[in-house]
Ligand binder design. Structure first.
Ligand SMILES: Cc1cc2nc3c(=O)[nH]c(=O)nc-3n(C[C@H](O)[C@H](O)[C@H](O)COP(=O)(O)OP(=O)(O)OC[C@H]3O[C@@H](n4cnc5c(N)ncnc54)[C@H](O)[C@@H]3O)c2cc1C
Ligand SMILES: NC(=O)c1ccc[n+]([C@@H]2O[C@H](COP(=O)([O-])OP(=O)(O)OC[C@H]3O[C@@H](n4cnc5c(N)ncnc54)[C@H](O)[C@@H]3O)[C@@H](O)[C@H]2O)c1
Length: 457
């Protein structure tokens, strides 16, 4: 026997939770379906616990810089404070009762289980107590997110490697950690662990870490990582992985064998699109991402938000799209989705902020490209800052339109500095106008003026 509802939201990551709450508040009968924890990857296994680790690790690193600037300190790392904070403050020991109550308080209904499309206007949920069937009149919003991708390396599937889900629950640090993948997750966790005294090796198949960023950003972060004692290996080919409970992991790298107490796989993500019944509504069940229009519609009566849209695997993207999907479901007006000025911050030290197009992407797009850059240590603030002043600013302009189309801010506040360039790209502020601004002295972001002046247009 089917129940009638207006909207089903399958998967309650940051975007799905927001959609369900907003639509319920708007008076619709909304069912939120979540098979694990309401809130998704970000609060329990992603952004928040990892940034708590990083906050602690950065404090240790900053304390270690004191001798260069004025005094002495004895730094004794203690991971138990971090583990306790993640468990008590961030995740409530991986319990989502607060989030479930919040959802119900907003007027939505909730089903814990695996949700699936069962044809146009039909949703089924496999719960611990059996199958529930729903007739959905207004539409279904999908927000099922991703899981770690595990590369096809011989032996890897048989060994007890960690993913992000394990690493945020660690209560005792290993002596050594090999990190498979030098992307955002790999680099952030690697540096946090290294600063707590773990011997860390990053194994990256590409020729540089942080591949989506400007090469200048990758180089600066790699240099800072080396300063933290991290062995950053790029261009590696991992042939095989073995594990022995006594000796740990052995990673075969073309002639060389690396041993490590633990192994973290951070080699990208796979969308949770299989077993979602996509074929029942005419969508490709094998697609890597769901194609959506500017209102986030994947097909008639089906909206998709978050990582599964492939527009950037970020919490702020999921939330941005959620707002738009809510307006679309409610039949309201735009503005609809625009991805020209998507920004992100990678919380290594130095942080990497970026927005819009890289130089290579701008060239691929056929623009007449101008670039400008400035090394942060040579700026007044960078020079004053001294130790820990790694950084570079790079701006990318469309010389024909005379506007910035992208930028990168690497530095102690790189993730904050990018806000300035994001505004300029989003609002298409003319470069000529940026040159007439007041840039406060001596800030890190004042170096953006130097980079803009270096554009040569
Ligand atoms: C270690 C790490 C650090 C990160 N740091 C940052 C950061 O600093 N900043 C940032 O912006 N982003 C960060 N991210 C990315 C961020 O976590 C995701 O982009 C964010 O969670 C948005 O994902 P989402 O909305 O697509 O859904 P998700 O958060 O992936 O949630 C999807 C939910 O759907 C559920 N689900 C899946 N299939 C079904 C089904 N069939 N039925 C019912 N429920 C289902 C899942 O259980 C899950 O709860 C990080 C990610 C990781 C792993
Ligand atoms: N601060 C943030 O905003 C933040 C932080 C963490 C994660 N995230 C999001 O999560 C997503 C996933 O992060 P991620 O780091 O897992 O993915 P990623 O795609 O950013 O990086 C994965 C890396 O693994 C490498 N790799 C793949 N196969 C390999 C192999 N066999 N051997 C060695 N290296 C291999 C890739 O070349 C790549 O550099 C990111 O794209 C990002 O959007 C965001």
């Amino acid at each position: 026997m089917s129940e009638s509802i207006d909207v089903a939201v399958i998967g309650l990551g940051p975007g799905g939770e927001h959609v369900a709450a907003q639509l319920a508040q708007a008076g619709l009968t909304v069912l939120g379906v979540e098979k694990h924890l309401v809130g998704g990857e970000c609060p329990y296994y992603g952004c928040i616990p990892s940034k708590m680790m990083i906050r602690a690790a950065d404090a240790l690193a900053e304390a270690r810089r004191v001798p260069d600037l004025g005094g002495s300190v004895e730094v004794t790392p203690d991971w138990s404070t971090v583990a306790k904070r993640i468990s008590d403050e961030a995740t409530d020991a991986w319990n989502d009762q607060v989030a479930v109550d919040r959802l119900l308080g907003n007027g939505a209904r909730f089903a814990r289980g695996h949700g699936r499309l069962a044809g146009p206007g039909k949703v089924v949920v496999e719960t611990a107590d059996g199958t529930e069937e729903y007739d959905v009149s207004r539409g279904v919003v999908l927000n099922v997110g991703t899981k770690p991708a595990v590369p096809p390396v011989d032996g890897l599937a048989e060994v007890p490697y960690w993913t992000n889900r394990d690493v945020v629950q660690v209560t005792e640090l290993p002596e050594s950690l090999a990190v498979l993948g030098g992307g955002a997750i790999g680099c952030e966790i690697a540096q946090a662990f290294a600063r707590f005294g773990v011997k860390v090796t990053i194994l990256e198949v590409a020729d540089r870490i942080l591949g989506p960023e400007e090469p200048e950003a990758s180089a600066v972060v790699a240099e800072a990582m080396a300063g933290d004692g991290i062995d950053v290996r790029t261009g590696v080919s991992i042939e095989r992985v073995d594990h022995d409970p006594a000796s740990g992991f052995t990673i075969s790298l073309g002639g060389e064998q690396l041993t490590s107490a633990q192994l973290l796989v951070a080699a990208g993500r796979r969308t949770n699109l299989s077993d979602l019944g996509l074929d029942t509504v005419g969508l490709d069940p094998d697609a890597r991402y769901l194609d959506t229009d500017e209102q986030l519609r994947a097909t008639d009566g089906v909206w998709a938000v978050g990582d599964i849209t492939g527009k950037g695997l970020f919490t702020h993207m999921s939330m941005y799209q959620a707002e738009i999907a809510v307006r679309s479901v409610l039949g309201k007006d735009g503005p609809w989705a625009d991805y020209t000025a998507v920004s992100r911050a990678t919380f290594t030290d130095p942080e990497v902020g970026s927005v819009g197009l890289t130089e290579a992407q701008a060239r691929e797009a056929g623009l007449r490209v101008a670039t400008g850059s400035y090394e942060l240590p040579t700026s007044s603030r960078g020079w004053i800052h001294k130790t820990g002043n790694h950084g570079v600013i790079k701006v990318v302009a469309d010389a024909d339109r005379g506007v910035l189309v992208g930028g990168t801010t690497v530095g102690p506040s790189g993730g904050e500095m990018i806000g300035f360039i994001a505004t300029a790209v989003h609002a298409a502020v003319p470069v000529a106008k940026l040159r007439t601004m007041h840039y406060a002295y001596p800030t890190f972001w004042r170096a953006i003026e130097n980079a803009v002046n270096d554009l040569g247009i």
